[in-house]
Design a protein around this ligand. Structure first.
Ligand code: NDP
Length: 248
């Protein structure tokens, strides 16, 4: 396993699900990991569960949709360590309903967390990464950003927006040795997908060539690789972790 010793990493939405798996994986690889979420109690639970495994998570309560709060939180980490090397924009929400029923607020909330949240994080780290001639930015999109999905107009648009954000920032920062990539998970077992009925789950699994639901760890392995030295020639890419569901 490629070690990330001495690397400073920030993972948004690290209190559970995919973000927690990513934080665990990066910390186990030797990185100093800061996890962001809106809730101190959720973060405390995450910290405690990782501590039981001998892994340290530094917790910061921060709403990624709040531009000023993200700048202040990430500036304080940068001040303490002189830099942030790895930023994983993972925090995300859904407000699913059909277009005709979707309210303005459903649209705004999802765009503000999923897409603007990533912009807010990137704005906070880009200057220092460019100055240091080193950085790894990894945005967690979704296969529905590639394919679209009924009932998820807001969510799919926010996740497709991340693809354009990723490619544009990748082009702007490449000359400073900062890579920017996107991961598009398929169906991953977390609280976000936990509400689905067994019947819906069966139907979803039938569409997955590898025949199983993914885990947070399946995504975390790829984040770890993209964050490592070994991925230094990969930028502006979107890689699906979906058991073969999309095969674009
Ligand atoms: P969960 O709902 O399990 O976890 C979401 C995380 O984001 C929590 O830690 C939550 O913490 C945090 N969060 C939510 N809103 C904010 C906010 N405004 N500011 C800071 N943190 C926030 O989701 P998953 O782990 O399933 O998903 C993680 C990412 O992966 C999301 O971007 C999702 O869209 C994407 N994804 C997930 C798939 C899946 O099948 N699960 C498939 C494809 C993509 P708190 O509530 O404490 O704020």
């Amino acid at each position: 396993m490629q070690m990330l010793t001495d690397r400073i990493a920030v993972v948004t939405g690290a209190s559970r699900g995919i973000g927690l798996a990513i934080a665990r994986r990066l910390a186990r690889s030797g990185a100093t990991v800061y996890g962001l979420s809106r809730s101190t109690s959720h973060l405390q639970e995450a910290q405690d569960s990782l501590a039981r495994e001998g892994v340290t998570l530094h917790a910061c309560e921060c709403d990624v949709s709040d531009f000023d709060a993200v700048q202040a939180t990430l500036q304080s980490i940068t001040k303490d360590h002189g830099r942030i090397d790895i930023l994983v924009n993972n925090a995300g929400i859904t407000r699913d309903t059909l277009l005709l029923r979707m309210g303005e607020d459903d649209w705004d909330q999802v765009m503000n967390v999923n897409l603007k949240g990533a912009f807010n994080g990137i704005k906070a780290v880009a200057r220092t990464m460019m100055k240091n001639r080193y950085g790894r930015i990894i945005n967690i999109s979704s296969v529905v950003g590639l394919t679209g999905n009924p009932g998820q107009v807001n969510y799919a648009a926010s996740k497709a927006g991340l693809l354009g954000l990723t490619k544009s920032v990748a082009k702007e920062l490449a000359s400073r040795n900062v890579t920017v990539n996107c991961i598009a998970p398929g169906y991953i077992e977390t609280e976000m997908t936990g509400q689905l009925s067994d019947e819906v789950k069966e139907k979803l699994i039938a569409q997955i060539p590898l025949g199983r639901i993914g885990s947070g760890e399946d995504v975390a392995h790829l984040v770890h690789f993209l964050a490592s030295e070994e991925a230094s020639y990969i930028t502006g890419q979107t890689i699906a972790v979906d058991g073969g569901m999309t095969m674009m």
